[in-house]
Design a protein around this ligand. Structure first.
Ligand SMILES: Nc1ncnc2c1ncn2[C@@H]1O[C@H](COP(=O)(O)OP(=O)(O)OP(=O)(O)O)[C@@H](O)[C@H]1O
Ligand SMILES: [Mg+2]
Length: 348
């Protein structure tokens, strides 16, 4: 269930989304290639919230955009409610789009600054010829109200007149207009303060219950993930290194990288000592010195190579390691530890 493994995928058929061996490769203007998503397999069951966590640049947004078919994929399967969408094109692909919607990482720039809020939320209904004018207006009012915005006040204003949190609400309303089965939320609360974060999370939870949604929730904030998700996928350099029930991730991380992520959560009180499995005393020993780590890092640039250096130390909650797809790399274990060494040390 890690690396390129599939042991974490459900065997029964209530999956809204099933992704297998998804690969996305970017070509840079200089002719180099970056394999941003490197053989990822995951599934989302009906009504489930699956979180994807990982550091900046590990490929979370790329994974989301590839699932949405917004960018080309370099192989793999994407099944939405049993339908293979990875190779769909044209009208066939267009017809499945209402079932999967996305809230983008940058909510402000994902909204057309020239359109009024009412028109923005109504637009998907118009494009899909859903309802007459009165029905559409009623639906828009209902959606705006349910995300905590007064349609009378905000309806005729433009996105540039709103704060980040308000734009996030507009994005949620717009994404739900067509009543999708799958909603992908790419860091929907990362740029918001804590009180607005919890409001947005509550809205997402309410909408999930109301519309029977399944969520793919991307974040790098483990406390947010713990609050909203059922299962968590931990990504590192384009690969999965652990899949865990949300409740167990913080208390029983299996992979060294997950361990490092959890250890990096700051404790707000400087006088409080970190206790339990992530205390300084219980942290894994560092088998290499920083000087050695730096030289290993320099020898393994991400460009021109698949980011598979960590698969040798992939851990499985069920005890099944993923099959290695490339020859064993004796330095792979070090790569994770390099990150571990670079993460801020928690106060003790
Ligand atoms: N259009 C592109 N062309 C080339 N490389 C890209 C492109 N988009 C992303 N990348 C690279 O792909 C990798 C993954 O990027 P991605 O945006 O998916 O990361 P992320 O996990 O979403 O990061 P963050 O948490 O900062 O949003 C990065 O190394 C990035 O530089
Ligand atoms: Mg991103």
């Amino acid at each position: 269930m890690a690396g390129t493994g599939k042991a974490h995928l459900a065997t029964s058929g209530d999956q809204v989304l099933r992704v297998e061996d998804l690969v996305v490769t970017y070509e840079t203007p200089g002719g180099d290639t970056v394999q941003a998503v490197s053989g990822i397999s995951l599934d989302i069951r009906e009504g489930e919230t699956l979180a994807v966590v990982g550091e900046s640049g590990c490929g979370k947004s790329t994974l989301a955009k590839a699932i949405m078919r917004l960018i080309p994929n370099g192989g793999g399967s994407i099944k939405l409610m049993g339908l293979e969408v990875a190779k769909m094109r044209g009208e066939e692909l267009r017809n499945v789009r209402p079932a999967m919607q996305m809230i983008f990482q940058d909510s402000i720039s994902s909204l057309d600054p020239h359109m009024k809020v009412k028109k923005l939320v109504e637009q998907p209904l118009k494009v899909w010829n859903r309802g007459d004018e009165a029905e559409r207006a009623a639906k828009v009012n209902d959606l705006l109200t349910s995300v905590g915005l007064d349609p009378e006040v905000v309806g005729d204003r433009k996105p540039t007149e709103f704060s980040g949190g308000q734009c996030q609400r507009i994005s949620i309303a717009r994404a739900l207009t067509l009543e999708p089965k799958l909603l992908i939320c790419d860091e929907p609360v990362s740029s918001l303060d804590v009180s607005i974060q919890s409001q947005i999370l509550n809205i997402l939870r309410d909408m999930k219950d109301r519309y029977g949604l399944s969520l793919l929730f991307i974040s790098h904030d483990l406390s947010v993930v713990h609050a909203i998700s059922d299962r968590v996928v931990v990504m590192y350099l384009g690969k999965i290194c652990e899949v865990s029930p949300a409740a167990e991730l913080a208390t029983n991380p299996l992979h060294h990288y997950t361990h490092a992520l959890v250890s990096a959560i700051p404790i707000p009180d400087p006088t409080t000592k970190r206790v339990g499995p992530f205390s300084k005393a219980n942290r894994p020993r560092r088998p290499i010195r920083p000087r050695v780590a730096a030289s290993v890092r320099a020898a393994q640039p991400r460009q021109n190579s698949a980011p598979v250096k960590n698969h040798n130390c992939a851990k499985s909650r069920s005890g099944t390691s993923s099959p290695a797809t490339t020859p064993a790399d004796p330095k792979g274990f070090r790569c994770v530890l390099i990150r571990f060494l670079l993460l801020p040390t928690p106060r003790t």
